[in-house]
Design a protein around this ligand. Structure first.
Ligand code: AMP
Length: 567
C-alpha cells in the first residue's frame, strides 16, 4: 500500500529529503511524524464529532512542505483531501467548499475569512517544527508524539475491522511496516478530489480512489524506472492540478525528492535557472508549455541539468518542435508523451518520442495504452444512444471504430474515477460501465477526438468547448456563465484565439448594454468582476462588444462567424 511504502522510506532513510521548496526541506522522518501527528488529531476530532467522517478536507496552499504533511495526514486518518492552490480566487474556493461539503480547511498559510463559512473549522499557519511535530499558528502541537496506538484507533471505521495499513504493536512485522496511523483510506475509498473547470459554471470534483492511484503508480513506476531512493522529481504544476499527482506520488513511493518550483520562480526565469543548477533533477515532470518557455533560453541544455533521465509530459499537445529540441539538447534523456484526463488518474497512454518517431509523425502520437486499461475510439452518437437506452450501463463493451476512423476517445479500466463528488447529473453524462467476463469496467467519455493509425493512438482535438491554455484545462462555458451573471451582459461567447497552431489567448464576445464612454474602463471592470470568481488563466485577454450575436440557420451562436469566417 502507498502509505506503507512512504512510511517504509522514513524507516529506511529518515534523513532523505522528501520535499524541497526553496530553502524549505522536509525529510521522510519528519513527513512521517508530522503526518502521524495530524492523523491522530484528525481522528480524534472525528471521534468528537468536530469533523464528519467521510467528508473531504480542503488543503489550501502553494507548494509548502506542510501541504504534503496534510495530504498524507488526511489519508492516514481516513479523510480524502481536496488540494486547492492559494492562487484560486476566494469566491471559487468558497464554491468548492460549498459543493464538496468539506468541514475543515488545513493550511500552512493564513486562510482568507471571506472564503469559508462561519461554522467551518480552519487550522491555518501550520508548520512542521524541528522535531517533526505539526504546529498550528498558535504554536500548539497538534498531537504529542509518540502517541500510543489504542484499541480505539485500531478498530477502524468499518465495523471493527482492522484496516490493512494498521498493525497492532505486537505484530510480528518488520518495524518499518508498522504504520502508526489510525484508519487509513482503503482501496475502494476516495483518496483525493481534484476540482476541474465545469461547463455549467460550477467546478467539478473528480474523485480518485486509492485503487485508481495505485493502478497508475503500478504502471508508471515500472515503465519509467526511477531508481529507488535516488531520484529528484521536478514539481511544476500546483497540487490542485492532477499532473502534480505524477511527480508527487512517483517520488514519495520511490523514496525520491520532490523539488517544487512556485509561481514566483516560474515568473522569474533568471532565478529559476539559477536554482536549476543545484536541483539535481533527474525526472522532469511538467506541461509541454512550461518546457517550451524554458527552451526559449539557449542555456536550457544538459549542461544546466546534467542528471535528467526522462521528460514526462502530459496534459496538452506535445509539439514536434518541442520534442525535437529536447532530444537535441538532452541527448541522454528520454522524452515521454503521456495522455489522459484527471478523470482517469493523470494518464493512460504513453509513447517515447525517438528520432524515428519524429521523422515518421507530425503531429506526434500519444501511445501505447497502459496494459490494464482500454482506450476505445467510438462513434459519439451511437455511444450516447446506447448509454441512454441502458441507463448508464451497456450490456457489452462498446464497439470501437476501425483504424483510421476518427471518433470519441473512451477510457476504461481501474484508474477511471468513481465520478464527480455530489454531482450525479455531470457524472451520468460522462461516466458509464459495462460487464465483461464477470468484471465491471468503469468508463469515462473524454470528449477528446482520436484515431488509431499504424497501431498508435493520436489525439485530434476536442469535440466540445473545453480548451487547454498554457496547460490549464478550461471549459469555455464556465467563463461564459460567469460573464452572463454580470448585470450589463445579456449573452457571452468565449473563443480561443490561435497563433501558429496553438491557443494564444481567449477572447470574449458580448451583447447587452454597450459601454458608455470609456470602453477600456468597462473592460477593466469586467475583468475585475471575473477575477472574483475565476482564476487568472481563465480571464479573457480581449473583449468585443456586439449589437447582436451572429446565429446559424439552426439557431445556435455562429462561432465561426465571430472569428471572421463564414459559417
Ligand atoms: P486534465 O484533466 O487537466 O489533465 O486535462 C485533460 C485533457 O488534456 C484531455 O482530455 C486532453 O484534451 C488534454 N490532453 C492530455 N494529455 C494530452 C496529450 N498528451 N496531448 C494532447 N492533449 C492532451
Amino acid at each position: 500500500m502507498l502509505i506503507e511504502k512512504i512510511n517504509a522510506w522514513a524507516e529506511l532513510c529518515p534523513e532523505r529529503i522528501a520535499h524541497r521548496h526553496r530553502e524549505q526541506m522536509l525529510t521522510y522522518a519528519r513527513l512521517k511524524t508530522s503526518s502521524d501527528s495530524l492523523a491522530t488529531w484528525l481522528y480524534d476530532a472525528g471521534e468528537r464529532g468536530e469533523i464528519r467522517r467521510g467528508t473531504p478536507i480542503v488543503v489550501y496552499g502553494h507548494k509548502e512542505s506542510e501541504m504534503l504533511t496534510c495530504f498524507i495526514g488526511c489519508v492516514k486518518a481516513g479523510f480524502p483531501y481536496i488540494p486547492v492552490d492559494s492562487a484560486t480566487p476566494p469566491e471559487r474556493v468558497r464554491q468548492i467548499i460549498e459543493v464538496s461539503g468539506a468541514w475543515l480547511v488545513l493550511s500552512p498559510q493564513r486562510v482568507p475569512q471571506e472564503m469559508v463559512q462561519a461554522e467551518m473549522m480552519i487550522v491555518d499557519g501550520l508548520v512542521v517544527d524541528r522535531e517533526g511535530n505539526l504546529r498550528s499558528a498558535e504554536g500548539d502541537i497538534l498531537s504529542e508524539l509518540p502517541f500510543p496506538i489504542t484499541e480505539r484507533h485500531v478498530q477502524g471505521r468499518k465495523s471493527g475491522t482492522v484496516p490493512t495499513c494498521i498493525q497492532p504493536k505486537n505484530a510480528s512485522q518488520e518495524p518499518s511496516l508498522l504504520a502508526s496511523v489510525p484508519t487509513c483510506i482503503q482501496e475502494d475509498e476516495v483518496y483525493y478530489i481534484i476540482y476541474t473547470s465545469g461547463s455549467t459554471g460550477v467546478p467539478k470534483g473528480v474523485q480518485i480512489t486509492l485503487r485508481a492511484l495505485e493502478s497508475f503508480l503500478g504502471w508508471v513506476n515500472p515503465a519509467f524506472q526511477p531508481e529507488a531512493g535516488n531520484e529528484v522529481f521536478l514539481n511544476q504544476a500546483p497540487f490542485s492540478f492532477d499532473l502534480s499527482v505524477m511527480d508527487l506520488y512517483m517520488s514519495l513511493s520511490m523514496g525520491g525528492t520532490l523539488w517544487s518550483v512556485d509561481k514566483d520562480q516560474i515568473a522569474n526565469p533568471k532565478e529559476l535557472f539559477t536554482s536549476f543548477h543545484s536541483s539535481g533533477i533527474s525526472y522532469w515532470v511538467s506541461t509541454p508549455s512550461f518546457a517550451e518557455v524554458c527552451l526559449m533560453d539557449p542555456s536550457f541544455t544538459d549542461t544546466l541539468l546534467p542528471l535528467v533521465k526522462r521528460f514526462l509530459f502530459c496534459g496538452e499537445i506535445l509539439t514536434h518542435d518541442c520534442a525535437s529540441k529536447l532530444i537535441q539538447r538532452f541527448p541522454r534523456a528520454r522524452v515521454e508523451n503521456l495522455y489522459g484526463p484527471t478523470e482517469a488518474t493523470v494518464a493512460v497512454t504513453t509513447l517515447t518520442i525517438t528520432s524515428e518517431i519524429l521523422s515518421a509523425f507530425n503531429p506526434l502520437p500519444v501511445g501505447g495504452v497502459k496494459p490494464d486499461a482500454l482506450v476505445l475510439i467510438c462513434d459519439t452518437d451511437e455511444l450516447s444512444a446506447g448509454i441512454v437506452a441502458g441507463g448508464g450501463s451497456l450490456p457489452n463493451r462498446p464497439e470501437a471504430l476501425p483504424e483510421g476512423k476518427q471518433g470519441e476517445m473512451i477510457i476504461a479500466g481501474p484508474n477511471v474515477s468513481v465520478g464527480y463528488l455530489n454531482n450525479p447529473e455531470q457524472t451520468e453524462k460522462a461516466f458509464f460501465s459495462w460487464q465483461e467476463s464477470g468484471v465491471t469496467w468503469l468508463a469515462y467519455r473524454t470528449g477528446d477526438a482520436g484515431m488509431v493509425k499504424q497501431g498508435l493512438l493520436f489525439y485530434q482535438g476536442r469535440l466540445d468547448f473545453q480548451v487547454k491554455l498554457h496547460g490549464y484545462r478550461i471549459e469555455l462555458g464556465e467563463i461564459e456563465e460567469n460573464l452572463r451573471q454580470i448585470p450589463m451582459i445579456e449573452n457571452a461567447v468565449v473563443l480561443p484565439i490561435e497563433r501558429r497552431g496553438k491557443i494564444d489567448y481567449l477572447q470574449a464576445f458580448i451583447t447587452g448594454d454597450k459601454p458608455i464612454g470609456d470602453e477600456f474602463a468597462t473592460v477593466l471592470a469586467l475583468r475585475e468582476e471575473l477575477r472574483q470568481h475565476l482564476p487568472e488563466y481563465m480571464i479573457p485577454r480581449r473583449f468585443k462588444f456586439l449589437d447582436k450575436m451572429p446565429m446559424t440557420q439552426n439557431g445556435k451562436v455562429d462561432r465561426r462567424a465571430l472569428l471572421g469566417g463564414s459559417s
